[in-house]
Design a protein around this ligand. Structure first.
Ligand SMILES: C[S@@+](CC[C@H](N)C(=O)[O-])C[C@H]1O[C@@H](n2cnc3c(N)ncnc32)[C@H](O)[C@@H]1O
Length: 257
């Protein structure tokens, strides 16, 4: 049975230290999503960070409130009871979290939209691999294209199920995500995000048909003139075959200057 709220608590002491030491955090505002019982929170506080911890489970919020009453009172820990996919978040510099795996995707998209200096995040192993798959590869998808358009992702640590209690059924991977300028200038980031979403929602279709079915979003005239301007070589590709430059070229052609 899957644990409620993905509650698998990290017990491997070396892994906790390596995650907390992955980037310098003294004096930084660190967002931790899903602090659980607070093992990573403790390590982050010990390194001189101000931690903003967002936990969905009221029982764990009570536990954290008791465990860290001094740090909360001193302003070093801001504890938020809420759903990190949607609750209001104060400003932060860095994100360090052992994420709840069932909401990895919406949380990652949200963090990229908000922006951060660097993120050290633990994901389900397969999810992390997918995120690092380059464009133009059969395994690529909306997540990999969006993440790699705006950031560099580097693997840091792989963890077996027995690093957690209770052990999950899957392996985990910690990655470092560093925001970076897109390879090609994107005129309108919303249009780019909409286009990538639309293309990968029909990933088995060719680009011509994907674009035709997106007329409701971008306008019939815009889509017709884009299709008329494109080479057959692009129109007959599938989304997974496009490069970052080609996604940008299509999105820029649909953007208003
Ligand atoms: C994999 S556990 C990690 C716990 C802790 N960081 C650790 O390493 O031991 C995920 C944590 O995220 C919390 N959680 C699940 N969904 C959440 C959400 N949408 N927003 C905030 N916290 C969430 C769970 O209650 C749980 O404490």
């Amino acid at each position: 049975m899957r644990a409620r709220h993905d509650q698998h608590f990290l017990t491997d002491r070396t892994a906790i230290q390596r995650i907390a030491d992955a980037v310098p955090i003294t004096g930084k505002r660190v967002l931790e999503i899903g602090p659980g019982k607070g093992v990573l929170t403790q390590a982050l506080l010990e390194r001189g960070a101000t931690v903003i911890a967002v936990e969905i489970d009221p029982l764990l919020v009570d536990h954290l409130t008791n465990r860290f009453s001094d740090e909360i009172e001193g302003g070093n820990l801001i504890l938020i009871h809420g759903d990190a996919t949607r609750c209001a978040l104060p400003d932060f510099d860095i994100v360090i979290s052992n994420l709840p795996y069932s909401v990895s995707s919406p949380i990652t998209f949200r963090l990229l939209e908000i922006g951060f200096e660097v993120a050290i995040l633990m994901y389900q192993w397969e999810f992390a691999r997918k995120m690092m798959t380059p464009a133009g590869n059969p395994d690529t998808g909306r997540l990999s294209v969006m993440v790699q358009t705006y950031a560099k992702v580097k693997p840091l640590l792989e963890l077996p199920p027995d690093a957690f209690s209770p052990p999950p059924e899957v392996w985990s991977m910690v990655v470092k995500i560093t925001p970076a300028a897109p390879p090609v200038w994107i005129l309108d980031r919303k249009v780019y995000a909409d286009l990538v979403r639309v293309l990968f929602s029909q990933r088995r279709k060719k680009i011509r048909n994907c674009l035709k079915s997106a007329a409701g979003i971008f306008g019939r005239e815009q889509i017709d003139s884009l299709i008329a301007s494109l080479d057959e070589e692009i129109l007959s590709q599938r989304p997974e075959n496009l490069t970052f430059e080609e996604f940008t070229e299509l999105a820029n052609a649909l953007s208003h200057e």
